[in-house]
Write a protein that binds this ligand. Structure first.
Ligand SMILES: Nc1nc2c(ncn2[C@@H]2O[C@H](COP(=O)(O)OP(=O)(O)OP(=O)(O)O)[C@@H](O)[C@H]2O)c(=O)[nH]1
Ligand SMILES: [Mg+2]
Length: 369
């Protein structure tokens, strides 16, 4: 059986992981490589999967639990992609609030799938605005225990990839890179901008040529880790929409903007709220990764009678409050001319992480690819 390259891209909620998965898949496919992608979440109805499936790439979804707490399902997903997509490269995105991946995913993968998978260095994406605040001793607008997760993700990484380079000036980026190197001397620090295209090829060449994955294990206080996840309300939903000649882009904007204003009024911390609204072969995506100024939209679903909305929200509040806010905002933006039907709406707080494996030693890497 051929050896498949596995690249794991971690990093906090909203850091830009799915965007990079999509972009990296495009580049690799253009070079004739067969690519498989793996998404991951605590529940089904994933915006990430819906976005990635809009392209001709094979996507396997691990839902119901994070990779570390359901390691066998990650193995199944890689086997499925190896078989069905004959993947040369698999890129996997763990849940953004997960850490301790070196001990719970990378070491078990290296041990159990030697010869089948060659694991790349653990890449952790970091939003530059959040990272700058964390390095200045702040909490990046997050609960202290969620900020702890952010820091642990960086500490265990093999490569820290500062994302969204277009948000900083060249001088700010150089300063942030230097500060990150000093704070996390064990990691290589690189920058990447999917909007500008900067750094993507350089990062890809590096992860495809190296196999020193999970070079170190870190101490993680699972009580703080669990609290950092539990303070977040989590909501995944799929909603059918119908009406007469509805401009779906305006609807998507109004809905996400309405949610954003409510979260800002409550002065609560937004991990990531994202949506994809699909109408036939057209779609619009929307993202909120903090206060209202972080709102962004891409694409267009045009004007039509029917659409399907997938909405995922990770916000610091109880799941009940989050669900009430989402239901109220949805009601406010629908009426006799624009009706909504909730197909699935799940709201919850992630349970305590309980990994399938937790290695206390570093497994030797698989050699050169
Ligand atoms: N300005 C800018 N925004 C970016 C860039 N890359 C990604 N983003 C935006 O960052 C937001 C979050 O991107 P995602 O790729 O969904 O982030 P993620 O890490 O997968 O988020 P979760 O799956 O929720 O953890 C989106 O609005 C993206 O468009 C970039 O290079 N520049
Ligand atoms: Mg994602």
């Amino acid at each position: 059986m051929k050896t498949t390259r596995l690249i794991l891209i971690g990093g906090f909620l909203g850091a830009g992981k799915t965007t990079l998965l999509w972009e990296a898949a495009q580049i690799l496919m253009k070079k004739g490589q067969r690519v498989g992608l793996i998404t991951n979440d605590q529940a089904s109805e994933l915006v990430d999967t819906a976005i990635l499936l809009r392209d001709e790439v094979k996507v396997a979804e691990v839902n119901g639990s994070c990779f570390c707490c359901n390691f066998p399902s990650l193995i199944d997903a890689t086997k499925k992609l190896k078989k069905e997509a004959e993947a040369d490269v698999i890129i996997a995105e763990p849940v953004g609030s997960c850490t301790d991946l070196s001990a719970t995913i990378l070491q078990p993968l290296k041990q159990n799938l030697k010869g089948e998978l060659l694991v790349s260095p653990l890449t952790v994406l970091a939003d530059p605005v959040r990272l700058a605040d964390i390095l200045n001793g702040g909490h990046a607008g997050l609960h202290p225990s969620a900020a702890y997760i952010f820091k642990k993700q960086l500490e265990e990484s093999d490569i820290i990839l500062i994302s969204k380079t277009d948000l900083l000036s060249a001088d700010e980026l150089t300063l942030l890179t230097e500060k990150t190197k000093i704070s996390y001397p064990g990691a290589e620090v690189k920058t990447i901008g999917v909007v500008t295209g900067d750094g993507i090829e350089s990062w890809l060449n590096e992860v495809l040529s190296r196999s020193d994955a999970g070079k170190r294990l870190i101490e993680v206080d699972y009580n703080v880790y669990a609290e950092g996840e539990a303070v977040l309300g989590w909501l995944n939903s799929t909603i059918e929409l119908s009406g007469k000649s509805i401009d779906w882009d305006i609807f998507a904007r109004n809905l996400l903007c309405g949610l954003s204003k409510k979260f800002d009024n409550l002065d609560t911390s937004v991990g990531h709220v994202k949506l994809i609204l699909e109408s036939g072969n057209r779609f619009v995506t929307g993202n909120l990764t903090g206060k209202e100024e972080t709102l962004s939209f891409k694409g267009s679903a045009g004007e039509s009678e029917q659409a399907r909305l997938t909405l995922n929200a990770r916000v610091e509040m109880s799941p009940e409050t989050l669900e009430r806010i989402v239901r109220d905002t949805l009601s406010f933006h629908t009426n006799d001319n624009l009706k909504s039907r909730i197909i699935v709406m799940k709201s919850f707080s992630p349970g305590r992480p309980n990994p399938t494996y937790r290695f206390d030693y570093v497994v030797a890497s698989g050699g050169n690819f």
